[in-house]
Design a protein around this ligand. Structure first.
Ligand SMILES: N[C@@H](CCC(=O)N[C@@H](CS)C(=O)NCC(=O)O)C(=O)O
Length: 215
């Protein structure tokens, strides 16, 4: 399957409650790219249908970025697709080879150490609600909390002597880490303990083209 040439229509299959979807909207906004939004309610199981599985994503999860008629699941892959183009004014995907690899390092960190703890606790405690959790979920809360604190500690230490995660400007590493860090308090994380992270969140919010997650 090939990607259409020119400027293909970009459609985001999403649930606005999801910060993984917000990452893609934020990337598009920072790059001033138009996105069509197709909304689903994951709480009502709208991504669990055979139609969704056969036509949108085998994983039956959002977000999925549709490029023309080609589907691209996985939030960080979608952000990379949007930013990895010549003429990106903000340089969200740096040209320097080592910086690109470092950016990927933090995007992988986000997916395997940050999202798996901070996003999951936010989803359980803020969206589902403690009283609706299964016994298995309840039993995992403290482990997830320790994993999330470890991820935040790593970010705080990294930001002590730099303004951005990679190089000297905003990249996708900042964009994807911003999404769930900005709402980490909804998962019970005490964000006042992380002054360097708070300063960095402010820098991301002040970047031209920044978009609030509610927009
Ligand atoms: N690694 C995936 C995670 C996608 C994901 O967990 N999506 C959630 C919403 S944030 C979802 O669709 N949940 C509903 C379900 O799994 O049924 C990404 O970054 O896109």
């Amino acid at each position: 399957m090939s990607i259409p040439t020119g400027l293909p229509l970009l459609t985001l299959h999403e649930d606005p409650i999801s910060q993984n979807c917000y990452k893609i909207r934020l990337t598009a906004s920072l790059l001033n790219l138009p996105l069509i939004r197709k909304k689903y309610d994951i709480k009502k199981g709208e991504t669990q249908t055979p139609f969704f599985q056969n036509n949108i994503s085998l994983a039956r999860q959002i977000p999925v970025l549709q490029v023309g008629d080609v589907m691209l699941p996985e939030s960080n892959a979608a952000c990379f697709f949007l930013a990895d183009q010549d003429g990106s004014v903000l340089g969200l995907a740096p040209k320097d080879r080592f910086h690109r690899a470092e950016m990927l390092r933090w995007m992988f960190f986000e997916q395997n150490q940050h999202e798996t703890s901070i996003a999951v606790l936010r989803s359980w405690l803020h969206i589902t609600g403690y009283s609706h959790l299964s016994e298995s979920q309840k039993s995992q809360i403290e482990v997830k909390r320790a994993q999330g604190i470890r991820a935040l500690d790593i970010m705080e230490a990294h930001l002590k002597d730099r303004e951005w995660f990679v190089g000297d400007g905003i990249t996708l590493a900042d964009v994807v880490l911003f999404a769930y860090t900005a709402v980490a308090q909804e998962g019970g994380f005490e964000m006042q303990k992380y002054p360097y992270i708070e300063g960095w969140l402010g820098r991301v919010r002040r970047t031209k083209g920044w978009l609030d997650q509610k927009e």
